[in-house]
Write a protein that binds this ligand. Structure first.
Ligand code: PMP
Length: 394
């Protein structure tokens, strides 16, 4: 049996991590894997997370099973953080999932159950795991243009031209904020145009929101998602707490379905719980409990927000420093997009050869498509990266 297995394609980002580790150079810079790192290069446990964990340790009496949908204190608090009051609670079905990846996977499975003919439109480029999961599930995937390689901004005309092909019941996958891998995002006028198009065609939006609070702030980063949720009759939303609560390994995610008619809420909720049961039964609880504890406690929530805001501002400042440094070195504004992008990533727009040159010559590791993790930088390494970019002819 095992002899029949075929080797699966290696995850390029994880392979890059291994290569970085093996590089003996002491001045190497890791801009690869998508994990936040502070100026000391550490991915910290957030203060509020530590406090909540202590509180849970002191008060938790049992680790018996929760519900199949996870703890309702978590699903409700996180739904409210993402959606605000854009949707009435009776129109939301929600389950806890193992990370944002679990939510993405369950969302696709729900689509496949409800409408096996649905095609899934994904941005080109998108988070590679979207494509990999869709392929694994055997779902038809169509890429829509998203990134203008010249300006490094959203190619909105191209996007809308490609979305003209959608049919009723198709799924359009959108990144809620901080697009991975490009860093280029829709503005609210563009979100509205997408909503109008989806409603005119009957296509259904699915939003993946994995970086709320990393771009323009907690509220601003949810604005597109809220607009879609309040304007479209049916919406799927896959959310991750890995980044904004720094609970990566706890596997803390949420899948929400916004339903058109309140009568559909119960059936959708039951189906989501059923999918959890088939795939892993009860979702992980520890990270979810930490998140609910923070969101439902005024002081912890304020402290979490303050630390998240510091994180966001530190990435913005690194972006600005890098753009300024490149402006000085090149005497041109052509790298200004680095300060315009939002979130942890920017696609630099370097060729595979230039990415390779930055690695071999300068010990700078970025993903092959030239996605850089801005949080992998600090004040000292920004000038080194800027010089390497210019030296590599980007
Ligand atoms: N969606 C996107 C766009 C992401 O970048 C990520 C994290 N890399 C996820 C979902 C899922 O994150 P996790 O499963 O670690 O919560």
């Amino acid at each position: 049996m095992f002899g029949n297995l075929k080797a699966q394609p290696a995850d390029k980002i994880l392979a890059l991590m291994v290569e970085f580790k093996a590089d003996p150079r002491t001045d190497k810079i890791d801009l690869g894997v998508g994990v936040y790192r502070n100026a000391e290069g550490i991915t910290p446990v957030m203060r509020a997370v530590k406090s909540a964990e202590k509180r849970i340790w002191e008060t938790q009496e049992s680790k018996s099973y929760t519900g199949l949908a996870g703890d309702s204190a978590y699903t409700q608090a996180l739904s409210a953080l993402i959606l605000g009051d854009a949707v009435a609670p009776g129109q939301i079905a929600a389950v806890a999932t193992p990370g944002g990846t679990g939510a993405v996977r369950q969302a696709f499975e729900l689509v496949r159950m409800a409408n096996p003919d649905a095609r899934v439109f994904v941005s080109n480029p998108t988070w590679p795991n979207h494509l990999s999961i869709l392929k694994y599930l055997g779902m038809e995937t169509i890429a829509y243009r998203y990134f203008d390689e010249e300006s490094r901004a959203v190619d909105f005309a191209g996007m809308m031209a490609d979305l003209a092909q959608v049919r009723a019941g198709d799924i359009v996958l959108l990144h809620g904020c901080c697009h991975n891998p490009t860093g280029a995002n829709l503005n609210l006028t563009e979100w509205q145009a997408v909503v109008d198009h989806l409603n005119a065609t009957g296509a259904i939006p699915m939003i993946d929101i994995a970086y709320q609070g990393f771009g323009d702030g907690l509220e601003a980063d949810a604005a597109g998602t809220r607009l879609v949720a309040s304007s479209c009759p049916e919406v799927l939303i896959a959310a991750s707490c890995s980044k904004n609560f720094g609970v990566y390994r706890e596997r803390t995610g949420l899948l929400m379905a916004v339903v058109h008619e309140t009568a559909q809420q119960a059936l959708t909720q039951e189906t989501l719980a059923y999918l959890n049961r088939q795939n892993y039964s009860f979702p992980p609880d520890h990270g979810a409990r930490v998140v609910a504890t923070i969101l439902n406690d005024e002081a912890l929530r304020a402290d979490w927000q303050a630390e998240l805001e510091d994180t966001r501002l530190s990435m913005l400042s690194l972006r600005q420093k890098l753009a300024d440094e490149l402006q000085t070195l090149t005497g041109s504004d052509r790298f200004g997009f680095l300060a315009q992008h939002r979130g942890m990533f920017s696609r630099l727009g370097a060729s595979p050869e230039q990415v390779q040159a930055m690695k071999t010559k300068h010990g700078i590791y970025m993903v092959g498509d030239s996605r850089m993790n801005i949080a992998g930088l600090n004040a000292a390494t920004v000038p080194l990266l800027a010089r390497a970019i210019v030296d590599s002819g980007v």
